[in-house]
Design a protein around this ligand. Structure first.
Ligand SMILES: NC(=O)c1ccc[n+]([C@@H]2O[C@H](COP(=O)([O-])OP(=O)(O)OC[C@H]3O[C@@H](n4cnc5c(N)ncnc54)[C@H](O)[C@@H]3O)[C@@H](O)[C@H]2O)c1
Length: 319
């Protein structure tokens, strides 16, 4: 008789990153259930081999699903993830990102879930002005309610580990890009540039374009989720013990990104300049030595290749 497949519940699995994570768990031999309210995700992004449950993470149904579903892993990607929304409406942000998480954790601990893999953000939890690239131990000083909700979530996970032995791993992503991404995420600029090029429009670069970000390909991020699922979690000493930066360590300027995106789209495209945007983070990059050492994970996809795959997908999705 075959052993039953381990069961994973993926929240946000109809979204950009979560749907790639769902694909990866299926290949790894998991029985996958996706929980998503479709607020920004799309039903067609959920892989056909997964079961789909449409519900809000804050609902009694979601908690009951975790209590009774026999899941060994909760992979949590659903979130309110717009920094500006979090500034305008911090209670809405906390409702989704903090109360939503707690609702899931209460179900998870009662349902015997063994491990939580959490999508945190290296772009928003660290303070500005530190030396780049940030290591996991860099000082934390989120400047947005969204950043606070990600860091607070990591603390709640550490508390649940101590209270109930519920293991957790937080993956602090840099700017994730790739197929199925929408223009609203932290690396939304890739989707925005791609869509404008597809329509023959110019790319707008705000300020001098020398602002940098660390762009990591979504396929590499999905692999990191599997590695985090297999990782032997140590007893929690300090918060950063159970956290990994997932990025490339490479700073890419908006000017350079625009050039690469134009190449990915076949070489034709113009760049316009607009006024600098107030409050924009000037530089960002994440050191990944810890993930390389402990998860045996490293990014494999070169930016030019990832952008080509993304542009290809944008064209096919529109056709
Ligand atoms: N995209 C990035 O560059 C990036 C960087 C750092 C961290 N993250 C984190 O990764 C996760 C996934 O981001 P993404 O870029 O795939 O975004 P996304 O919007 O494509 O995916 C989020 C998914 O969660 C669902 N969702 C939102 N609120 C929900 C709720 N209350 N109940 C149930 N489902 C809900 C949405 O419908 C969507 O399918 C988020 O937690 C985000 O904060 C993303």
């Amino acid at each position: 008789m075959k052993a039953p497949k381990p069961k994973v519940l993926i929240t946000g699995g109809a979204g950009f990153i979560g749907s790639h994570v769902a694909d990866a768990y299926l290949v790894e031999g998991y029985e996958v259930t996706v929980l998503d309210n479709l607020s920004s995700g799309r039903r067609e992004h959920v892989p056909s081999g997964a079961r789909f449950v449409q519900a809000d993470i804050g609902s009694p149904d979601s908690r009951a699903l975790l209590e009774t579903g026999g899941f060994v892993v909760l992979n949590h990607h659903a979130a309110q993830m717009d920094v500006r929304v979090s500034v305008e409406n911090p209670t809405f942000d906390a409702q989704a990102n903090i109360l939503g998480l707690l609702n899931l954790l209460e179900g998870a601990r009662r349902g015997g879930v063994r491990r939580v893999v959490f999508a945190s953000s290296g772009g928003v939890v660290y303070g500005e002005g530190e030396r780049l690239p940030h290591a996991e131990t860099a000082p934390k000083l989120p400047v947005s309610p969204y950043g606070v909700s990600k860091l607070a979530s990591e603390y709640y996970l550490a508390a649940y580990a101590q209270l109930y032995g519920l293991e957790s791993v937080s993956l602090r992503y840099s700017n994730v890009y790739g197929p199925r991404q929408n223009p609203h995420g932290e690396a939304g600029v890739v989707a925005i540039f791609g869509n404008r090029l597809r329509h023959g429009k110019s790319l707008t670069v705000y300020g001098n374009g020398e602002q940098t970000r660390d762009y990591v390909y979504v396929g590499d991020v999905a692999r990191a989720n599997l590695a985090a699922t297999r990782w032997r979690v140590p007893a929690v000493g300090v918060l950063d013990d159970a956290a990994f930066n997932i990025g490339t360590g490479v700073e890419t300027s908006v000017n350079h990104l625009a050039r690469l995106m134009i190449e990915a789209a076949g070489g034709l495209g113009r760049v316009d300049h607009g006024p600098a945007r107030a409050g924009e983070l000037m530089r960002s990059a994440l050191a990944t030595a810890k993930a390389e050492r402990e998860l045996s994970w490293q990014p494999k996809t070169a930016l030019a290749d990832g952008l080509r795959l993304t542009y290809q997908w944008l064209k096919e999705a529109a056709a």
